[in-house]
Design a protein around this ligand. Structure first.
Ligand SMILES: *Cc1c(COP(=O)(O)O)cnc(C)c1O
Length: 241
């Protein structure tokens, strides 16, 4: 029987080659692709895994838990990225997810500290990104760009079991429709400069997670090292209820 997710393999190859073509044209190393699999079944993920894809992103804790459990045997080398809103009372569950590699949506010192304590006793540090609300939209996750440096510094000082790998942003829908540049991405680049200064590290020691299906090429132009692409790989999402 032909899999319902046969399109995933060819979509994935298309996205991967667009990413590497863009990076090569810019003389940069190829950004990491996080395949955002939210709402799609485990079968779609294993289809991409068979093609060599290892990093997958999920937005909902419950969904991440059940997929990570059901794919444990089939995809032993999978690397999960949590990219959804964080609630303090779900952090313990999040910390226990099998093969969790990145939490991209840390947006407060408190969440970082809680996550760090939930990880105590584990051998490897967990990579986190500090989410920045570059578009300054109400109701959107992330710290204000002006607060990012101070927040980053406190996270580094007070959350020993996590590694601050970089900054993440989602950006506004309006900016994502522009095909010349994206002001939110430029704001994240600028914010990284300030965070690196505050931490006394090189800018390149901090990754930038930005770019989705509609704007990952512009994100790469702006310096993204981690793009999060969902619908261009898996298809359009259908939300229940
Ligand atoms: C859903 C989602 C994506 C992927 O969006 P697409 O437009 O489907 O590529 C990326 N990042 C976050 C935080 C998301 O929630």
């Amino acid at each position: 029987m032909v899999s319902d997710f046969a399109h995933v393999a060819s979509n994935l190859q298309g996205v991967l080659s667009a990413i590497s073509r863009e990076a090569a044209a810019l003389g940069r190393s190829t950004p990491r692709l996080v395949a955002v699999s939210k709402t799609f079944p485990a079968e779609a993920i294993s289809e991409a895994y068979k093609q060599g894809q290892r990093h997958f992103g999920e937005n909902y804790i419950q969904e991440l838990i059940s997929k990570s459990e059901s794919l444990k045997a089939e995809c032993p080398d999978i690397k999960w990225h949590y990219i959804g809103n964080i609630q303090t009372n779900k952090i313990k569950q999040l910390a226990r997810v099998h093969n969790l590699a990145y939490v991209e949506s840390i947006d407060s010192v408190k969440h970082a500290v809680t996550l760090s304590s939930a990880l105590s006793g584990s051998t490897n540090k967990l990579n986190v990104f500090l989410q920045v609300n570059t578009s300054n939209e109400e109701g959107k996750g992330g710290v204000n760009p002006d607060a990012a440096a101070e927040t980053a510094k406190e996270i580094v000082q007070s959350a020993p079991n996590v590694t601050l790998a970089g900054l993440m942003t989602i950006g506004s829908l309006l900016e994502s429709r522009r095909d010349d540049q994206n002001a939110d991405f430029l704001r994240l680049v600028d914010t990284r400069k300030k965070v690196a200064e505050a931490l006394q590290i090189a800018e390149n020691d901090l990754e930038l997670s930005m770019g989705m299906s509609s704007d990952f090429l512009i994100a790469i132009k702006s310096g993204s090292t981690n793009v999060r692409v969902g619908s261009s790989i898996f298809g359009n999402r259908v939300y229940k209820n």
